[in-house]
Every structure is written in structure tokens, then in C-alpha cells.
Design a protein. Structure first.
Length: 357
């Protein structure tokens, strides 16, 4: 705890300096804390060299269109392990937020990718960290393309370093397309938090029931050239994370929708959704058929949106987009669809901010 306490004092000072220059920005009257995803650029740097200022700058860049609406960030080094240095970094920032009373009236956490897993671990540790719930109150989370259930690509990354299987060439190509390097010849420690993203590890990390409601947003588009990563991911994926992870499915399985009754393209029909249900208090709300893993916070259009669990209330915040229904074909070939009624050229982040009330 001495290390954690020292980190807290340092972080509190940095937090005060950084916060003084940040404009307060809320969504629906709620303060927003952004928890970023995997920073692939971190993996190319020497461990222990990332500063709090650099981590914050990287998080702001990843927040993209969300950045003007974010009150503060929880950052971590992707070069480190979740229950090691990452835990210490997150703890110090939570203590700083607690001391400042930033979330005394309640904050909404918006997470991206690995931020889903980091947030779940963080929420499970608040009592052990003696965090005062009246000074740091989490209303709920919005998990975009979340990797809470891990990513099969993390398994691939580790296998590149530890084995020479027949798929090694394809695996190295996929890793280079995703991470910017295949890490051949590197030590396993170089992969940092990717070890924690292996589904076999992620799915046994901080899985006890939480009272904090979590809404999930999943994509089915591609961002990796030639879809080099898709062959390694189970079911429909966004190029980095499979549906089972982004939807919050209780088990790792090959699925193509977050629902069993509506497909990712909005068709109202039996869907290949989670066979064993979802984790406790997790609610998929939107699927975007063409949204790739890195596009949730960019200006890129994501195409058709499909809503589920409309009107779900998360700490006083709800998302209830307008929808429209239409049909194609006739007789036995008739298909019914229900999709979100919005301008599909609108960036997803802009749409989401406008829909939260």
C-alpha cells in the first residue's frame, strides 16, 4: 500500500494541475469519465517510460469526438499487467477523483475496448481500496466495442511469441496489421495488458455481480486491412473484438448478434445471439453493422444502427432512439426490419451524445 499511497500523492498533484485547465463538459447533466482502450503505441515503447501526461494525451486522442464532453480520464499503461502496475495507476487516479469530489453527484463512465475490462476490475476493487462511495459515485457505464470478455487476438499475440504453429505466418501478419508489429523475438512481458485480454483470463477476472449497470455497444465492421484478424475471432467481430465480448455474453461463444430476436442488420428474426445469456447487470443497447473497432469515437459513418433494451435507465440516464420499421420482399420472401431512424452520415459519437438524456 505504500507504493499505492505514493502514487496517489503524485497523481493528486498532477490531477489538480491538469483539471484546472480542463473545461467542464457534461452529457445530460452528468459528468463523464473516459476510460480508454488498448494503446497499441504503448507496446512499442520501453516499459516504465510512460508518464501520466503522455497517457492522458493518448487518452484524449482516443476519445476523439467524445473529448469535448469528457470531464476527466482514467488512464493506464498498456505495457503493464492489469493486477500489477495498471492497478496502481488506476487506484491513484480514483483517489484523486475522490479527493476532488468530482463524482460526488455521480459520474457516467464511458469506456472503449480494453477500458471495459479495466473498469470491471476497478469497480470490483473500490471497497478494498476504501473509496468513499459518497465522494466517488459511479452511475453506470457505457461500454463501446468492449473487450470485457477478452479478445482471441490476445491469444494469437501470445502464441506468436511462444510457438511455431502452422498458422504462425498468418498470425504474424494479423498482429502486424493490428498492433503495428508482430513482436517476434520479444519477451512475453512486452505484450503487457494483452496477457489479461486473453479470453481465458479476462473471463475469470472480477466476474462477481456488480450493482453498477453497464450498457453495451457492439460493432460488426472491419478496420484491419484485408480482414486479416477476422479468421482468429469467433463469430461476428469488429476487427479486434468478437460479439461475445462486446455484448457481455456470459460465455465465450460464436455469436452474430447481442440479441436472439433481432439481427445486427435489424432484421426481426431468430438470431444467433448469446445462448447462455449475459453477465449480470449488462444491457446491450446498440449494434452497428459497419462499425469497426476504432470507429466509435471517430467521424467515420457506421451505417445502420439497431437498438435493444430501449429506455434502459442507467443512473438517471436513458437512451431511447427513434426507430423505423420496413419490409423487403413479398410472401415467403418477406423480411421485416427495425432500425434506428437517424442520418447515417452522422458520426456515432455525435449520435450517442445527442441521444443520451
Amino acid at each position: 500500500m505504500k507504493i499505492l499511497s505514493m502514487l496517489f500523492l503524485t497523481s493528486a498533484l498532477c490531477y489538480a494541475l491538469l483539471q484546472s485547465s480542463d473545461a467542464q463538459a457534461e452529457i445530460a447533466g452528468k459528468k463523464i469519465i473516459f476510460v480508454h482502450g488498448l494503446q497499441t503505441s504503448h507496446l512499442l515503447q520501453k516499459r516504465g517510460t510512460l508518464t501520466a501526461e503522455q497517457r492522458r494525451a493518448d487518452a484524449i486522442e482516443q476519445a476523439g469526438i467524445f473529448a469535448p464532453h469528457v470531464d476527466d480520464y482514467i488512464t493506464y499503461s498498456s505495457t503493464e499487467r492489469l493486477q500489477g502496475t495498471v492497478q496502481q495507476e488506476v487506484y491513484s487516479q480514483i483517489k484523486a477523483l475522490e479527493a476532488a469530489g468530482t463524482c460526488s453527484q455521480g459520474c457516467l463512465l464511458v469506456t472503449a475496448s480494453t477500458g471495459d475490462l479495466v473498469t470491471r476490475f476497478m469497480l470490483s476493487r473500490l471497497n478494498a481500496w476504501n473509496i468513499n462511495s459518497s465522494k466517488f459515485r459511479v452511475l453506470g457505464t457505457v461500454d463501446m466495442v468492449g473487450a470485457g470478455g477478452g479478445s482471441e487476438l490476445a491469444d494469437v499475440a501470445v502464441s506468436v511469441l511462444t510457438s511455431n504453429n502452422i498458422f504462425s505466418a498468418a498470425a504474424r501478419a494479423a498482429m502486424k496489421a493490428w498492433l503495428g508489429a508482430d513482436f517476434s523475438g520479444s519477451q512475453p512481458a512486452a505484450l503487457g495488458i494483452l496477457h489479461d485480454l486473453r479470453p481465458s483470463i479476462a473471463r475469470v477476472t472480477a466476474t462477481s455481480n456488480s450493482s453498477v449497470p453497464r450498457v453495451k455497444i457492439a460493432g460488426g465492421g472491419q478496420v484491419v486491412p484485408l480482414n486479416l484478424t477476422g479468421v482468429f475471432l469467433d463469430g461476428t467481430d469488429d476487427g479486434v473484438v468478437a460479439m461475445h465480448s462486446a455484448c457481455g455474453a456470459r460465455f465465450k461463444e460464436s455469436i452474430d448478434s447481442c440479441s436472439n430476436s433481432i439481427r445486427i442488420d435489424g432484421r426481426l428474426a431468430s438470431a444467433n445471439g448469446p445462448s447462455w445469456g449475459l453477465w449480470h447487470n449488462q444491457f446491450p443497447i446498440l449494434m452497428a453493422e459497419k462499425m469497426g473497432h476504432t470507429q466509435a469515437a471517430t467521424a467515420d459513418p457506421v451505417g445502420r444502427l439497431v437498438a435493444m433494451n430501449r429506455g434502459i435507465n442507467v443512473g438517471g440516464i436513458s437512451i431511447s432512439p427513434r426507430e423505423r420499421q420496413f419490409s423487403t420482399g413479398r410472401w415467403f420472401w418477406k423480411k421485416n426490419f427495425r432500425i434506428v431512424n437517424y442520418n447515417e452520415s452522422t458520426p456515432f459519437a455525435t449520435f450517442l451524445v445527442n441521444e443520451i438524456d
